[in-house]
Ligand binder design. Structure first.
Ligand code: FAD
Length: 468
């Protein structure tokens, strides 16, 4: 794709829309906006300008200007993404939503909140607890990512087993279309068959079909009785195998998370802490809610029995703060070990998870890979991190990973799985997306992109290449 450069004249127009205090052009200030959480510099790219609009109207004017002057716009939340979705690969403008960060309304009676996209996810979670409510979106990056970014990526996280992913938490979104029109998509309704479901199309589209400028999200009554159990399994297969058994037993857990032993050790080193029973194997963290104390006790007994039957060496009531701190430190702990990490976000049907785990272990041995595995096991979503072996050159590493990915995703797709459960395709997985997606399906995606964004100005080069 060829775009026009942002000229001094265009910059003057940009400044007239957002004010000069909301425009960055100095290289060292642009630097943090050249990447997301993907640390490999091969994926970094500087924008020409970063802007911080403060209203939907300003966003709409900027998008109209981009169409007129033909420069690309890349929407950006907190930049915690793991797919290079917010990286401006063609330069142009990064449009940061960080100044649109307000909670506009919390309606405790009707259980919803209206928020701006730059609101940090945990700010919303904290704000609603005083109303005895909770927001069910809960990515591990909740203390840094934004609601807008969560909606744009359809973030998953820890509570998706019971409550679904971010798209299930949203009633309505206000969106600036790629042509600069302000749209209100979805509604605060429990049912709706009123034309195409455009809100759901924009959610998860990684900033390629619209810029989310406001959202009405669902709130739920805060559970009064819940517990985190930690089951420790000597081998990975039996740990992963427990997931389907728990679900089949009729218990709907809130979370089922997995960490393999080598990852637990990595987190211990990173946190300078010893974690419970960490000598004895692999962790499965199961959070479960009860309608009352008795119901919760009954579920705990059943879970204890199921885990023990499946080979767990111990089942403990976990220190919730400590165990979740450990689970959420996974990404940082891996980063402390290596800056060059290939992060896979495999998702398979839950009942196929033991099969794909076996495949991963066999392939890891075949390719002699240094792996760390944590997973949202209750969703069949496996975060396989592969650390670059320092002895390999950049080219050798790339070659090895490409061959490994081809074998891995061939198996994943045979099992009915997909490339990404929650991190998205962005720029990083685009080649795999082209390789593993049905050609007719890719054509439909291209047609949608072209129809909504005829000038291809909104986050171009992400998910799919429109022009081949
Ligand atoms: C330590 C760590 C833990 C993580 N844990 C999880 C997890 O448990 N579950 C999970 O799903 N992800 C997880 N992630 C990935 C990441 O946090 C999520 O993808 C998150 O939703 C990104 O939000 P963000 O605000 O940082 O968006 P960004 O990284 O800024 O952007 C992500 C994508 O969304 C687009 N975008 C951002 N804001 C908007 C907007 N307002 N309108 C339109 N498009 C927009 C961008 O263009 C980009 O394509 C984790 C990341 C880290 C570093």
């Amino acid at each position: 794709m060829k775009y026009d450069k942002i000229t001094p004249e265009t910059l003057t127009l940009v400044t007239s829309i957002v004010g000069k205090e909301n425009v960055l052009t100095e290289t060292e200030l642009l630097q943090p906006y050249s990447h997301d959480e993907v640390t490999d510099p091969a994926y970094h790219h500087l924008p020409e300008v970063v802007v911080f609009p403060e209203s939907t109207e300003q966003v709409a004017k900027l998008v109209k200007l981009a169409n007129e002057k033909h420069f690309p716009i890349v929407p950006r939340g907190a930049g915690t993404g793991l797919a290079c979705g917010a990286v401006p690969i063609y330069g142009g403008m990064v449009l940061s939503l960080e100044k649109m960060d307000k909670i506009i309304e919390i309606n405790a009676d009707s259980m919803y909140a209206i928020v701006e996209p730059g609101l940090r996810t945990d700010e919303l979670q904290k704000a609603v607890t005083s109303y005895d409510l909770f927001y069910a979106g809960d990515p591990c990056s909740g203390d840094s990512c934004f609601i807008g970014g969560n909606i744009a990526t359809n973030a998953g996280g820890n509570k998706a087993v019971k409550y679904g992913t971010t798209r299930h938490q949203v009633y309505e979104i206000e969106v600036v279309s790629p042509l600069g029109e302000i749209l209100h998509l979805g509604a605060r309704l429990n049912k709706m068959t009123t034309g195409y479901c455009l809100d759901q199309l924009v959610m998860g589209s990684e900033g390629t079909l619209g810029i989310i400028t406001r959202a009405t999200v669902k709130l739920l009554p805060k559970p009064k009785h819940l517990v985190d159990l930690l089951a420790v399994f000597p081998d990975i297969e039996s740990a992963i195998g427990i997931v389907n058994k728990v679900i089949k037993a009729g218990i709907t857990p809130t979370c089922v998370e997995f960490m393999d032993n080598i990852t637990i050790k990595s987190v211990e080193r990173y946190l300078h802490e010893t974690l419970p029973d960490s000598e004895n194997g692999n962790y499965v963290i199961i959070q479960v809610e009860g309608t009352n104390e008795d119901d919760l006790d009954e579920k705990m007994v059943t879970l204890d029995e199921l885990c023990t039957e499946n080979g767990a060496s111990s089942v403990l009531v976990a220190d919730s703060a400590k165990i979740w701190q450990a689970r959420k430190a996974f990404a940082e702990a891996v980063r402390a070990e290596s800056l060059i990490v290939c992060k896979e976000d495999i998702v398979v049907p839950v009942d196929r998870e033991p099969v794909i785990i076996d495949n991963i272990l066999v392939l890891a041995q075949k390719y002699d890979l240094i792996t760390r595995i944590a997973s949202h096991a209750g969703d069949g979503n496996i975060h396989l991190n592969i650390l670059k072996n320092e002895a390999l050159s950049h080219d050798q590493w790339e070659e090895k990973i490409a061959a490994f990915q081809r074998e891995l995703y061939t198996e994943v797709y045979k099992l009915g799985g997909k490339l990404s459960g929650e991190h998205g395709i962005g720029y990083k997985r685009k080649a795999l997306m082209a390789e593993f997606t049905d050609k007719a399906e890719l054509e439909v995606m291209r047609a949608i992109k072209k129809a909504m964004d005829p000038n291809l100005i909104l986050n171009p080069g992400k998910i799919i290449d429109v022009l081949e």
